[in-house]
Design a protein around this ligand. Structure first.
Ligand code: ARG
Length: 584
């Protein structure tokens, strides 16, 4: 359905055209200060500027014409400042809209128009290595963006571009051949792979013969040597279950896991094509793309083939891009990696545009580091990166202690499930609620706090609303998840007499704006702030307005407000990849 912002935009743009004959957009935004109104029409300033006129009289004219057009929706608009028009919604309009929002599977968020095909490349760990805390951000930020775009109706393809073809395999192949280990019999094959890699890579620093042997194995692999391919495949296959285990715990899903190796057959063709088109050239035996005309990329060539003939990370990314366009015909590709890969993606995107993908939207979504309490990238005591599995174990353990202390009367299995949902939710929310480009300090007490902008606070807010319904037995008990249909009360229009309920109601209608902000620049933190404010407004409402004890029609009205708040909380958390529980 159309959001309030869209509705006002449409009506006001029409009135602007009729009254002053201008083509400009109304540019409706929420009011910064609720004292002045709920929404603000900003579009008259640029229109006046383009005409060389004073915006104030134009705004007066438009406001006067707007009043009858908005009569069912809003109080007569007022003009403020240099020429803004403020609009204050009427309770009757908001009250009538809320049941429609509740009946809408998107909870009032307009469907994307047009819906596009969007590929999102995220997580992408390297095979034969344990996933560590560095993979957390790409995995959950990428997943949240994918969920949100899907919710809007886009066709989203989540592709895990795992690193399964890199130089690490030279050392691994060489090492495993030397040691003749039976990996399948190992309890922790990845630990074994890391040990072998570290041993032979470490030794190669002092002993160039090992480096050469590793390189020879890699070349043989890349030339499809049967023995090396078989061993490589074994290493790859043995790595996958550990990745899958982490994704299961994080509730992160992919449509494809093609990986770098998949593109190997295309690499020579890509280099040849770029050379034939004059986009890449030979340079001291290697092949590079130069960007002398792009100031920030001047003297930063994109190396696509080494002098020994080997292809590189950039070559694979070019081939991947070509494949994705051919296969899925996306309108956009989003890559989620840490900010250290900025230059790589600038080079990749610039090359792609020159090559033949000028119309394709390409986005690099970057993020900062996870820091320890000492403000340095988080590490274990012995200086190793923290394994993601261990981090998730610790989250569940810490949440378990809190749950056991507070809810000793619940059955053990229930407590364990709550601890899982709260622990994993807390880790995700602490990350997603940050502006992603910043580093953030990882703190267990902060992320697990029941008060403040945390997952447990929001999960608890949801549970609290659910308990109102249980108490009132307004929904079929034991039916498990609370579904739209199992309401036993009717409310065609919500009465909004108290300012706290009116405030909450208007804020529920702003869910679409939060989603828009979150998708515009791929920033899930806007969803977090919205949910936090929503929970705050609900608290104020719940303190001031009795629900089950109120008389009709207030009782049904308020139950609808409760249900809608819970639905938006649940959906919002779901877009962040965070689960809810029904009881706590
Ligand atoms: N495997 C890479 C790494 O660990 C990330 C890959 C990101 N995606 C891409 N298409 N380059 O750094």
């Amino acid at each position: 359905m159309e959001s309030v912002q869209q509705l006002l935009e449409r009506l006001a743009t029409g009135v602007i055209r009729q009254t002053i004959g201008a083509d400009g957009a109304a540019n409706v935004r929420p009011c910064g200060n609720p004292k002045f109104g709920d929404y603000q029409i900003n579009g008259l300033l640029p229109i006046a500027k383009a005409r060389g006129e004073n915006p104030r009289p134009l705004a007066d004219k438009v406001a006067a014409a707007l009043a009858p057009a908005l009569t069912d929706l809003a109080e007569p608009p007022t003009v403020a400042g240099a020429g803004f028009i403020n609009v204050r919604l009427k309770a009757g309009f908001v009250g009538a809209l809320l049941p429609q929002v509740l009946a809408d599977p998107r909870l009032g968020v307009p469907a994307a128009s047009p819906a596009r095909t969007i590929v999102i490349d995220f997580s992408a760990p390297n095979v034969a290595k344990t996933m560590h805390v560095g993979h957390l951000r790409s995995s959950i930020i990428g997943d949240s963006i994918a969920r949100t775009l899907r919710f809007l109706g886009h066709h989203v393809i989540a592709d895990n571009h795992i690193g399964d073809w890199g130089t690490q395999f030279g050392f691994l192949l060489h090492g495993f051949k030397q040691e003749k280990l039976d990996l399948a019999a190992s309890a922790d094959p990845i630990a074994e792979m890391e040990r072998v890699y570290r041993k032979y890579y470490g030794a190669s620093v002092a002993d160039p013969s090992i480096r050469d042997a590793a390189k020879a194995e890699l070349v043989k692999l890349h030339e499809n040597d049967a023995e090396n391919l078989a061993l490589w495949k074994k290493l790859r296959d043995l790595s996958m279950p550990a990745f899958e285990q982490v994704y299961r715990r994080l509730d992160v899903r992919f449509d494809h896991t093609l990986g770098e190796s998949f593109y190997h057959p295309r690499l020579a063709g890509v280099v040849a094509e770029l050379k034939a088109k004059g986009l890449a050239e030979d340079s001291e035996g290697a092949v590079c793309v130069f960007f002398q005309d792009v100031p920030q990329l001047k003297d930063k060539p994109f190396l696509i083939q080494k002098s020994d003939g080997a292809f590189l990370y950039p070559t694979t990314d070019l081939a991947t891009l070509q494949y994705r366009v051919e296969e899925w015909k996306p309108g956009e590709i989003i890559y989620v990696t840490d900010s250290r890969q900025k230059l790589h993606f600038e080079q990749l995107f610039t090359t792609a545009r020159r090559w033949s993908y000028a119309d394709l939207k390409l986005a690099h979504v970057t993020f900062g580091s996870v820091l320890g309490e000492d403000n340095k990238p988080i590490k274990t005591r012995s200086g190793e990166p923290i394994k993601l599995e261990e981090l998730l174990d610790e989250a569940e353990r810490q949440a378990q202690a809190i749950v056991d202390a507070n809810y000793a009367d619940l059955p053990e299995a229930t407590r364990r499930e709550i601890a899982r949902v709260v622990g994993i939710g807390a880790v995700k929310y602490a990350d997603l609620s940050q502006n992603r480009v910043n580093d953030y300090v990882f703190s267990w007490p902060k992320m697990l706090a029941m008060q403040g902008n945390t997952a447990p606070y929001l999960q608890y807010a949801y549970v609290r609303i659910r308990s109102i319904f249980r108490k009132g037995a307004e929904t079929a008990e034991g039916a498990g998840r609370w579904e739209m249909g199992d309401r036993r009360w009717e409310c065609k229009s919500v009465t909004l007499a108290d300012t706290a309920e009116f405030d909450l109601a208007k804020f529920i209608l702003r869910f679409p704006e939060a989603i828009e902000l979150a998708t515009e620049d791929y920033r899930p933190n806007f969803i977090c702030s919205y949910l936090y404010d929503l929970a705050g407004k609900f608290s104020v409402f719940y303190e001031r307005c009795p629900v089950l004890k109120a008389d009709e029609p207030a009782r049904s009205s308020r139950l609808l407000l409760c249900q809608l708040t819970a639905e938006v909380l649940r959906k919002g958390l779901d877009l962040l990849g965070i689960q809810t529980i029904e009881q706590m």
